[in-house]
Design a protein around this ligand. Sequence first.
Ligand code: Q9C
Ligand code: ZN
Length: 626
Amino acid sequence: MASGTALIYDEEMTSHKLLWNDPICDIEVPERLSFSYEQLKCYHLVERCVCVPAREGSEEEILLVHSSEHLEVAKSTQTMNEEELKRVSGNYDAFFFHPSTYRCARIAVGAGLQLVDSVMSGKVCNGMALVRPPGHHSQRNAANGFCLFNNVAIAAEYAKRKYGLQRILIVDWDVHHGQGTQYIFEEDPSVLYFSWHRYEHQEFWPSLKESDYDAVGLGRGKGSNINLPWNKVGMGNSDYLAAFFHVLLPVAFEFDPELVLVSSGYDSGIGDPEGQMNATPDVFAHLTHFLMQLANGKLCVILEGGYHLKSLSESVCMTVKTLLGDPVPQITGEMAPCLSAIESIQNVRAAHKPYWKCLMYEVPPIKTAATIESEASAHLLPLSVRVVKEMDMNEVKALVSAFYADLVKEDETLLSLGSMLAVLDKILTKQVCNGIAESPTASVSVAVALRHSVRFGFQRVLCIFVGDMEIIPNTEDGRILMIHICEKQQSEKTNSKHYISLNWKEGAEGNDFFSAVFGFILPVAYSYQANLTVIAVGPNRSLGINGISLLFGLLRGLAESRILAVIENTEMNLMQSVAKALVGDSTPDFGVYAPPTQEKVRKIKILRDQLQQEWKMLQCSGLQMK
Ligand code: Q9C
Ligand code: ZN
C-alpha cells in the first residue's frame, strides 16, 4: 500500500507573464504560484510532502493531445519580440505569450506527468502539482483562457498509454468549463469528465451551448461527459457538497476509476473575481477527501485557475493537508443547497439517467406549479486501540451508575464499558482523532458513550447503528441524531425526528449500499453537522464489510474526523477493515458495480421526500407541494 503525498513545484513557471496591458488576462499572475507555495511552507506542509522535481514534457507527450501545428506555433513564440507576441496572442480567446511561455507550458505538462508517474509507480499515494500556465481550456489546435497545453488531458492520455489504464476520472472543480478537456475526450468512454462551472444560462464565458447539462458525450463516449452548469453566482459549500452527493459520487463509484485526476481550479472559491462564488477553503478538504475514497486513493491534483491570492493559497493548503491525511475541518454555516443549484443537479441527473445505473430510476424533472418557487492485526489498529489503558473500575461504576445502573449488572459489560470510556475520553480530549472499542453489548456501550459525550458538552452527536440492536432511547433529544441501518423494519420509534430507521439489506453483489450512502446518509450527516460520530456495528448486520468500511471512510470527513467505533461480536476481518478505514489508508475494492433495486431507490426517495425539510442536503429535485 503506497503512502505519502507528492508535491511538485518549479519556480521557473513564474517566468511566464503578461508584458502589455490586457484587463482580461491580467489576473493570471506569477504570484498565484509563488504565493501558494509560500503558504504551503508557512503551514509546514512542504516538509511533510515528498518533493518531486518537475520536468519538461516532451514533444511526443504534447502530441498525445495536440496537433503539430499548435505545437509549432507555440514553439515559434520563444524568439519573438513583444509586438509579435502580442499579435500571435491576439489569435486566441484570452491568451498571452511571453518568450518563456513555451518553456513554462512544457514544464507544466511535465509536472503533471511526473505526478502521474509518482502515483502510478507507488512511490506516493497521491499528490499535487502547482503549475502555470493552466490547461483545461486548451484544445487540440488552440490556446484559450490562459491555457496553452492541456496539462490534465495529456496526463490522462499518458496514463492510459503508459499504464494501460481503462478508466480515468477527471474532476474539474475550476469555476470555468474546461471545454478543451471536454472536446478532447467527448468520444472516449475510458475518460469520465466531470465539470461544474459558472454558466448563468450561457451568459458567462466561454458562453458555449455545449457547456450545458445536456452535453453528455458523443458516440461511444455518451454518458462520460458530465456538465453541471451553475446558473447563479454565489454558490457555496452546500451547493458543492450536494453536487458531489447527488451527481458526481454515485456516478464515480459506479465508474470505478483506476486513477483520479483533478483539474483543480480555485476560482470556484470565495473571493475570486472570476467565479463570484462563496465556497470556503474548507470545502476543498471535503471534496479532496471524497475523491480519496476512489481508485484506491490514487489521486493527482493539478492546478488550474484561482485568482484571489489568499483564497487560492488557503484552498491549496486545505487540499494538500487532506491529501496528507489530516482531519477534515468542520464546515460551518447552514447546510442547504439553493434552489438554482437543486434545479441544475436535477437536470444533470435526468440527462444522465440513460447512461448510469445509479440514476436509472430517476424521474424526469417536470416544471409545474407544484415546484415551490422560493429559496486488525494489531499494527493496523489506530493508536487509540493499542495504547489506551482501561479506566479504573470504580470510576466507571460511578459514571455509569449515574444513568444506566440497571443495565450494567455483569462484570463483562462493566469491563468493556471501561475500555470504551477510555477510548472515548481520548477522543473527547483530542488526544486521538478516533478509536475502536469492542463490546459484548454494543447498545449499552453506545448509550453510555452518547450520554457521556453530551455531558462532556458536545452539542450534536451523530450515531449510526448497523445491525439488530435494541436501541436504548435517549433523553437528550436534538443533541443526538440516530440512524439505524437494519434489515428488520423498526417499529414505532420513528416519530422522533432524531431517530431515522433505514431499512436496508445489502444485495448479493454487495455494493448497492452506495445509493444509500450518497443519496441519504451523507446528506443527512452533513445537514446535521455533528461534533462527534459514533458508529455501532452489532449482530445480524445487513451490510458487508466493504459497505461498513466505506461508511467509516466517508464519515471521517465529518466532525473533524472524530469517530468512536463500537463493535460487537468482533470478527477479525471487520475489525481490520474498520481500523484501516479509520486511519484512512485503504479504500476497499468494490468489485463489479451492482445497481440498487428499484424498490431500494424508491425507499430512499420516500425517506428523502419525508425528511428533506429537516435535512436540507437531501434535496436534489424540486420540492413537491403537499
Ligand atoms: N470576456 C482559467 O481559470 N475570461 N481560465 C475571458 C472574456 C477568461 C479562465 C473573459 C477566463 C479564463 C484556467
Ligand atoms: Zn477557471
